[in-house]
Design a protein around this ligand. Structure first.
Ligand code: HEM
Length: 452
């Protein structure tokens, strides 16, 4: 049968399917353009990853149905099956009634009062980080943003700073783990995971080490709490949370899994967004000056208080535009657990689906001149009132639990940087994106920071 000769009720197959590999090559080598190109073939398009058929949704209304209206008929899918086995059953990987219960337990840690406390610690750490940057020396921005985001999440989670050696172990493990679990989900057979090759050994060691180091830090914090009033950290809230129905505390292994989930979900995402934002501002000096003025009108030294954040309106637009054009989670997925029907295509239980928030955010039908970095578009009426079309934090029951935390952190860090420094590109090398397993990162010119 020809690929476009699609029987009723089934989705058309994307062109370019290779024997054995299916569509793996374009997905791995040019993921975002490939997923974007699928919109030309219909709202539901079938691709193959090895032997596994996966349905790609290219229409935002269908994505909304999948995430929100049909949430109870889905689970997270094959990549998360793999992640759960390796990283435990924290919020990021858990499903169903267990996930809802855990979400209710974790959510209070992200209420407004707690977020205000995290804002103060983000401001302190950002100011210290900015003071350490060497003026005039070209340097990549991503590692700086990663270290800062990692420190902010670690301190918000655990209060006292983990020992340097523990931090170094976390830094070694996180990138290997984040890339490795997606790679493993794409192996054609689980037997390949057992091969004693360096990549498998490195990955297994990183998973072990991440769990051990988080166990150690949880134990240190739990010992500190014993007999004392709990402090205001996320970890304290996890340790003292009680299930509404049973009154039971979380098992220590579950506390560890939640901490691992928050650490993994909350570090690279904000770090990548901030790195893209600073690259874009280095390319758009007028905009950078405008935002710097806005920040300094609110706080001359850049140390903004949580109550001031709504006044950073233009800075907020620039962050929204970064989340649109450079959405960190370029791919999300779900699996049907009950029959679904989208645009006449039947998805039986077990059918895997995926979609790319980045591809939707770059659709010319939704965002004119989509590849242009244009924070002005967030000033136009209507854009912010279209939550179905703008989903950097997902939607529905798995929507990012750290969204307000992330927004606060990104505004506070941006203010700290722009009040004190001017950023410019060290060379004219074009900015590129490299979509790793977990996030789409900037690759491009080094940045130079100069005092303002
Ligand atoms: C710019 C920053 C961030 C972005 C773009 C982002 C994006 C997302 C997205 C798209 C999801 C949904 C995944 C899905 O539906 O499969 C998600 C879930 C999640 N995020 Fe974030 N995130 C960010 C920051 C954070 C931070 C700072 C934390 C914690 C401190 C965090 C913790 C989580 C957790 C635990 C989940 C799983 C929620 C659940 O399934 O109930 N994220 N995030």
């Amino acid at each position: 049968m020809r690929e476009d000769d699609t029987p009723p009720g089934t989705a058309p197959c994307a062109p370019g399917r290779l024997p054995l590999l299916g569509h793996l090559l374009p997905l791995l080598t040019r993921p975002v353009p490939f997923l974007q190109s699928l919109a030309d073939h219909g709202p539901v398009v079938r691709i193959h990853l090895w032997h596994r058929p996966v349905h790609v949704l290219t229409d935002p209304e269908l994505v909304h149905r999948l995430l929100v209206e049909d949430a109870a008929k889905t689970e997270k899918g094959f990549v998360f099956d793999k992640a759960r086995g390796l990283l435990g059953n924290g919020l990021f990987t858990s499903e169903g009634a267990f996930h809802l219960r855990q979400r209710r337990l974790v959510q209070p840690a992200f209420h407004r009062d707690s977020i205000h406390r995290y804002a103060a610690l983000a401001a302190r750490l950002a100011a210290a980080a900015v003071a350490r940057w060497e003026p005039g020396r070209p340097a990549p921005i991503e590692p700086r943003m990663y270290e800062l985001a990692r420190d902010i999440v670690l301190e918000a989670l655990f209060a006292t700073r983990p020992r340097l050696a523990q931090k170094a172990r976390i830094d070694r493990a996180v990138p290997v783990v984040l890339t490795g679990f997606v790679q493993r989900a794409l192996y054609p057979s689980p037997l390949l995971e057992k091969l004693p090759v360096p990549a498998n050994r490195r990955f297994d060691a990183a998973v072990r080490d991440l769990r051990t180091v988080v166990d150690e830090i949880v134990a240190q914090a739990a010992a500190r709490h014993q007999g004392q009033d709990p402090d205001d950290t996320l970890l304290s809230l996890l340790l003292t949370a009680r299930d509404e129905e049973t009154g039971l505390a979380m098992a220590p292994a579950q506390v560890r899994d939640e901490a691992v989930s928050l650490l993994l979900a909350g570090t690279e995402t904000t770090a990548t967004t901030l790195a893209w934002l600073f690259h874009e501002l280095a390319r758009h000096q007028d905009l950078q000056d405008e935002l710097s003025e806005e920040v300094r009108a609110v706080a001359a030294d850049g140390a903004v208080f949580p109550g001031d954040l709504p006044r950073l309106e233009r800075t907020g637009h620039a962050i929204s535009e970064t989340l649109r054009l450079h959405t960190p989670n370029w791919i999300l997925m779900r699996r049907a657990v009950a029959p679904l029907q989208y645009d006449g295509v039947l998805l039986p239980p077990g059918a895997e689906t995926l979609f790319s928030p980045t591809a939707l955010h770059r659709s010319p039908k939704l965002y004119p001149d989509p590849l242009r970095f244009d924070p002005e578009r967030w000033r136009r009426p209507g854009n912010l009132a279209r939550p179905r079309l703008f989903i950097p934090f997902g939607a529905g029951r798995h929507k990012c639990v750290g969204e307000s935390f992330a927004w606060t952190e990104m505004l506070v860090v941006t203010a700290a940087v722009l009040a004190r420094l001017r950023l410019r590109l060290a060379t004219a090398t074009p900015l590129r994106e490299s979509a790793t397993a977990a996030t789409a990162r900037p690759r491009g010119p080094l940045l130079i920071a100069e005092p303002r």
